[in-house]
Design a protein around this ligand. Structure first.
Ligand code: PMP
Length: 391
């Protein structure tokens, strides 16, 4: 798909950073922006805004199979994660999470538990990025656990977590379970009737909605002290004060609706394209390695290490391809990917890893162009490094 932003003809393979806005989401957002009304006002203009919000709540609830009343709109997954962790921690006890979480969980957990650093347990993963259950059991046995927070799909590698056994262990010790499902929602089916988590975070822009809007699911009946991050007018049943972002919420709802209808097809298509990308790279750059290749992953994500070839140089050598050399949130930060380090990669390997993430608008042609560009860029960087070494 040729996108306008960032230059015509660009191959956009950075859906895990943000997906292009779906046309239906743009339409719903614009329509709400063109109208006037605060969703809390009782007059018809206010009620028009409220009805857009209600529709979006139903659309999102339909996508993840929960009740509309279990959704709290937030500014995104970062806020939803902070709200979930902070609220659960306020009930007392330990927070348990994993070393591969997004900083919106990991750093939030560190900040929230800064008063009692012993009250945070960060669990390791194996070389495939999979969480071992034994340390989860041990952590839950050690003391009273307030919350176990484990992501459903990793943003850097796409590796999926089988949450059911984690939930079982947490339930046995009476802990709440939160999952950061930001990369999973709208990409793979998610049924909250089956997945028995108490709290779940998501962000609209990962599935084709606008940036700056997301939600926290709080299962009905979950016993939680009220600890809103934003206190004020009591919107969202007191969980999140502030005038509702009607346009963003409407866009989120429309994106959820389209994603739900196309879910199976889009997932199958993205998997096929991702596999073609990986096969193309592996056949022409045989030394390249795909992280998490042996375990279940999100459909559209390929985390590929080109040993000895710095990823930032590769990306700079192929400006026509938008991909990432780590999580976008950490982009610009000099530190290597904490996810790849946690999977046992060394610093050099982490720094030689490119994340390609594909999505609903990616075409076969995009993948072919990306493979050609990557092969050329890796070869160029390698030659430049040899030339420099010989000087
Ligand atoms: N969690 C995960 C797994 C993510 O990938 C992201 C976005 N990179 C976030 C949380 C934060 O989402 P947002 O920036 O939309 O708040």
């Amino acid at each position: 798909m040729a996108l306008e932003a960032g230059g015509a003809g660009m191959v956009y393979l950075d859906y895990n950073a943000t997906a292009p806005l779906r046309p239906e989401a743009l339409e719903a957002t614009l329509s709400a922006l063109r109208s006037v009304g605060n969703a809390a006002s009782v007059h018809p203009a206010g009620q028009d805004a409220a009805s857009r919000v209600n529709l979006a709540r139903r659309q999102l609830a339909h996508l993840i199979n929960c009740s509309p009343g279990e959704i709290i709109f937030t500014s995104g997954a970062t806020e939803a994660n902070n709200l979930a962790l902070r609220t659960a921690y306020a009930s007392g006890g330990v927070l348990v999470t994993t070393a591969v979480e997004h900083p919106a969980v990991l750093e939030a957990a560190r900040a929230i538990t800064a008063d009692r650093p012993n009250s945070l347990v960060v669990l390791p993963v194996d070389g495939d990025g999979i969480l071992d259950l034994e340390p989860v059991i041990a952590a839950c046995d050690e003391g009273r656990v307030a919350l176990v927070s484990v992501m459903l799909a990793n943003n850097e590698t796409g590796v999926l977590t089988d949450l059911a056994p984690v939930i079982k262990v947490a339930r046995e010790v009476g802990a709440l379970v939160h999952t950061d499902a930001t990369q999973h929602v709208g990409r793979l089916p998610l049924d909250l009737n089956e997945l028995d988590v108490d709290l779940l975070s998501l962000s609209a822009h990962k599935f084709g909605g606008p940036q700056g809007i997301g939600a926290l699911f709080v299962r009905r009946g979950t016993a939680l002290p009220h600890r809103p991050l934003l206190v004020g007018g009591g919107q969202e049943r007191g969980w999140r004060a502030g005038t509702l972002n009607v346009a963003g919420i409407a866009g989120l709802g429309a994106a959820a609706e389209v994603a739900r209808r196309g879910l199976a097809d889009e997932a199958a298509r993205a998997t096929k394209l991702r596999d073609a990308l990986e096969a193309g790279l592996r056949s022409r750059l045989p030394e390249s390695r795909v992280n998490g290749a042996r375990v279940p992953r999100l459909p559209g994500v390929a985390s590929v290490t080109f040993p000895g070839v710095p990823a930032d140089a590769v990306l700079a050598a192929m400006p026509e391809v938008a991909a990432s050399d780590g999580s976008a949130c950490a982009a610009g930060a000099p530190s290597p990917s904490h996810v790849l380090l946690a999977m046992g990669r060394n610093r050099e390997e982490a720094d030689s890893t490119v994340r390609f993430s594909l999505g609903y608008a990616t075409t076969k042609r995009d993948v072919e162009r990306a493979v050609d560009a990557t092969v050329r860029a890796v070869s160029e960087v390698r030659s430049a490094m040899v030339a420099t070494a010989e000087v």
